[in-house]
Design a binder for this molecule. Structure first.
Ligand code: ZN
Length: 888
């Protein structure tokens, strides 16, 4: 950061020359895109009665068009923000991270020049307020810290582009009002929250833009093809990622958010075109229970500032319907469990520049203006509420500590000795949320088990009590049954950790967390005299196996638990140990050892060197006939497009391509008829409202399965596959009951929601002796459930690999009726069909890249689909018959 005085001096001539060049480039672009015939007045986004500094760069000077007449391209937005901030004494700009596609994510800090000159000191003193130990040292005179997110959803044009007039106003407005705002607040603006999604949208709208505005809602400009532009590159909804933190964009902002602990956090969105304008507080009854009542009172007070602003502009709005404060992974709710006010704004959407709605034509320019106005009412409201926000933030953390003292639970212990990588990932997640964790010192008794030094503990007595509680809590009782997003997210369950609530004192039990390297404890592999052996339960074991198979190295998997004699003594392995022998390899021993070293280094796996093929258990030698199966390279085809969910498909893509580093071919459903299926070993069908394939394709798939292909499908894709490919019946396997009733219309929304399962954690009993269960050491597995159908029960008695437990609801909401329908039905089935297999999941095992427990089941379906046998010839014949029958 340059010295402030110098910056103010150079802001003149250099910048002007630069702008001229930019303007010429932008004008050329605008000429190509074609400016629409109807233009909003140039100053539609200015605040009436405010005087603006005319030397400050206007948006049109960089974009070549006014805001509201054309979508704003991300690179030009970056150019505008950089030049504006570099020139303005009221702004600092930094790159806080990069998207998957390497676009920068920028944060602009706005305040008075005097505050910016001592910004670090302000931040340090401000942070003291949110720690009960230092809270009294933070002066009440400090500026309020306000955070504004623009455009987490790339398709929601106005929610991103409103950043431009907001930044312009903050840089150019003159007078007492803006001086008061700048002096009494630090404003943090992340204007380009989801740059990759934004780029897809602006390219689409530009491409279909013409000389005239296309307002017909059916025009292509308003209907972007699959996967749309809401999500990031790997199709993750970034507004679910505040909690889960699996994507680089969300990690970038959360780091900055906690670096500042803002007191107000605004989040801008769009909703359906027929809706007007929404802002929080939200539905009163739908609030996460750990959000203090005072938090809502302040949200109601803040809403008064938005109401006053929008009343003046005669804008229709609502504030206590539809949207809620329950799932804490959203940008407007996460702040509320972290001592801040979170505010959701939603404007009626138009993907293009203008669109017909039930209330006539709505323009993008108008939605930009509305978001711009409430950006200012948020910033100004925060200044007006500064004293109460200071008090609230201090009290939030003090009352958190008091609640921790009253809590019967003193902490949560967890462990995963079979896969330390999952522990490392979980500990990193806790750190991102500033939740303190410790290594267990001595032994802690909890949940009927002893947890010792391989375990970790999160004590409740800490500054982040509410956040810690929200990560571990299991809530299954709710006053309101409508959820905007998931109702349960207990993270140790999602990560597949063994965990328990502790009710005894943690005094003397809290040790320092060792380094990741120490937790992983990867051994340097010895050269193997006979064969290499490693565990399948390690997180990156599938990646390691792929590394070997792709290089032409043979690898096998042992179906029984074995004890192997190694260069470092006897080592015991659970089912699924991977063997890389020297015998019969076409790759040299030196090359294999090189790859084994790479596996230790890059996949964090301890590889053991066996000295003999003889194992200590009878019947499972390393060269075994029935007890060992060959592993084959996996070449998966992922069906995308059509009625398939972009989220579900993106999760598979992210898992295989990004994390497991395995090529996966994405083929649009419409192109499947042209694809040579024999190039692929597995076809993956995910969920989606209209999951399924045309008959022509499914007929070809039947032949492909008979010849050895494996179909892996989940949720709606699995239901369709069960009906199409298996002998288990064509209907949903759920027991039906249909008694007509008469209900009061006033109860409709609750009644409609009553039997929906919108994301709850369900427990299944997993057959860990089945190859589909290898790598998982506990029979109870937790999956995310967001559907209500039941998979049909296969005739093969060994094919029900996982079934829902008798009391399956672990966390979140599901009605008694749904629970009784679903308990005991299959969560995972695996059947042979001809030389191939059909493997079906009732739930999405890869949900939001966070269910590391069930993700392994999905990888098993790819790697171990040939490692299990059919049960009876009779059933096999019946299945073949069923396939034939469907073929007609
Ligand atoms: Zn949105």
């Amino acid at each position: 950061m340059r010295d402030m005085a110098e910056k103010m001096m150079t802001k003149g001539t250099d910048m002007k020359r630069w702008f001229k060049r930019q303007l010429a480039a932008a004008a050329a672009l605008a000429a190509v895109a074609g400016a629409p015939a109807i233009a909003e007045p140039l100053d539609y986004y200015l605040v009436q009665g405010t005087e603006y500094d005319q030397t400050v760069l206007k948006p049109a000077e960089v974009f070549g068009h006014d805001i509201g007449n054309q979508p704003v391209r991300h690179d030009l937005m970056v150019a505008y923000m950089r030049q504006l901030a570099e020139a303005s004494p009221r702004m600092q700009i930094e790159t806080i991270g990069y998207s998957h596609e390497r676009r920068p994510i920028l944060m602009v800090t706005v305040s008075s020049p005097e505050n910016l000159a001592r910004l670090d000191a302000i931040r340090e003193e401000h942070l003291k307020r949110s720690d009960p130990e230092t809270a009294d040292q933070a002066s009440d005179e400090l500026p309020v810290v306000t955070w504004v997110n623009y455009g987490v959803h790339g398709s929601e044009a106005s929610s991103m582009d409103a950043a431009i007039p907001a930044l312009y106003h903050l840089a150019a407005a003159k007078g007492g009002k803006i001086d008061d705002v700048l002096q009494n607040s630090v404003i943090l603006i992340t204007a380009v929250f989801n740059p990759d999604g934004n780029a897809r949208r602006s390219a689409w709208v530009t491409q279909y833009g013409g000389k005239l505005r296309a307002t017909d809602p059916m025009h292509e400009i308003h209907n972007q093809v699959w996967p749309g532009s809401r999500t990031n590159h790997y199709l993750f909804d970034l507004n679910r990622q505040w909690l889960l933190q699996t994507q680089p964009e969300s990690r970038a902002w959360l780091t900055q958010w906690h670096r500042w602990r803002p007191q107000v956090s605004a989040d801008f969105h769009e909703m359906g075109s027929n809706s007007t304008y929404y802002f929080h507080p939200g539905v009163p009854t739908r609030k996460y229970p750990l959000i203090p009542a005072r938090g809502r009172e302040l949200l109601v007070e803040m809403a008064g500032y938005h109401q006053a602003t929008l009343d003046k502009d005669k804008v229709l709005y609502f504030g206590e319907e539809t949207f809620d404060n329950f799932y804490i992974g959203k940008g407007s709710t996460y702040p509320q469990v972290n001592g801040s006010l979170g505010i959701l704004f939603e404007a009626g959407a138009q993907m293009g520049i203008a669109k017909e709605s039930d209330q006539g034509i709505k323009t993008y320019a108008k939605t930009v203006r509305n978001h711009f106005l409430t950006s200012l009412s948020t910033i100004e409201g925060a200044v007006a509420m500064r004293a109460s926000l200071h008090t609230y933030q201090r009290e939030f953390f003090e009352t958190g500590l008091e609640a921790a003292k009253d809590d019967d639970v003193t902490g949560y212990v967890f462990r995963a000795p079979e896969d330390p990588m999952r522990l490392v990932k979980f500990l990193a997640l806790l750190k991102r949320h500033q939740v303190e964790a410790y290594r267990v010192s001595g032994t802690i008794r909890a949940g009927g088990n002893s947890y010792s030094e391989e375990s970790y503990v999160v004590p409740m007595n800490q500054r982040q009590y509410r956040m810690a509680k929200a990560l571990f809590n299991r809530i299954t009782e709710f006053p309101d049954k409508v959820f905007y997003d998931v109702s349960g997210w207990t993270l140790p369950l999602a990560y597949g950790l063994e965990y328990a609530a502790v009710e005894s004192s943690l005094r003397g039990k809290l040790g320092a967390v060792p380094s990741d390297e120490a937790i992983l404890g990867v051994i340097t592999p010895d050269e193997a005299p006979y064969a290499y052996v490693f565990k399948w339960s390690d997180y990156y074991a599938p990646r390691a196996v792929h590394r070997l198979l792709q290089a032409g190295v043979m690898a096998r998997i042992i179906k029984n638990p074995v004890s192997v004699q190694t260069t470092r003594g006897v080592v015991s392995f659970d089912r699924g140990a991977v063997v890389v022998q020297h015998d019969l390899q076409t790759v040299s021993a030196a090359a294999i050892h090189g790859m084994i070293e790479e596996i230790a280094r890059k996949d964090y796996i301890s590889v053991h060197a066996a000295i003999s093929g003889h194992t200590l258990e009878p019947g499972s030698d390393l060269g075994g006939r029935n007890s060992v199966a060959d592993l084959k390279e996996v070449k998966p085809l992922l069906v995308v497009g059509g009625g398939y969910s972009p989220y579900d498909a993106g999760e598979v893509w992210h898992l295989l391509d990004y994390r497991m580093q395995m090529p996966v071919t994405l083929i649009r459903e419409a192109n499947l008829r042209r694809a040579d299926l024999n190039r692929y070993t597995h076809i993956i069908l995910v969920g989606g409202r209209e999951a399924g394939l045309p008959k022509l394709v499914s007929d070809r798939m039947k032949d492909w399965i008979r010849a050895g292909g494996t179909l892996v499908a989940h949720t709606e894709g699995a239901l369709w596959a069960a009906k199409t490919f298996t002998a288990n019946g064509k209907k949903d396997g759920k027991k039906k009951d249909g008694t007509p009733e008469r209900l009061s219309y006033a109860d409709k929304s609750q009644k409609d929601a009553e039997h929906v399962i919108g994301g709850a954690l369900f427990e299944s009993d997993l057959d860990i002796t089945h190859p589909m269960g290898f790598g998982i050491v506990r029979r109870a597995v937790a999956s995310n459930k967001n559907s209500t159908f039941a998979l049909p029960v296969p005739k093969d008695p060994y094919a029900q690999v996982a079934v829902y437990a008798d009391n399956p609801l672990l966390s979140g909401y599901a009605s008694e009726k749904r629970i009784s329908e679903l308990k005991g039905t299959p969560m995972l089935t695996a059947e042979r069909m001809g030389s191939g297999a059909v493997i079906l999941f009732a739930d999405n095992p890869n949900f939001r890249a966070t269910y590391l427990g069930t993700e392994r089941l999905f990888l098993n379906a790819l790697f171990l689909s040939a490692a299990f046998d059919r049960s009876f010839a009779d059933d096999a014949a019946a299945m073949e018959e069923a396939m034939d029958e469907h073929a007609h």
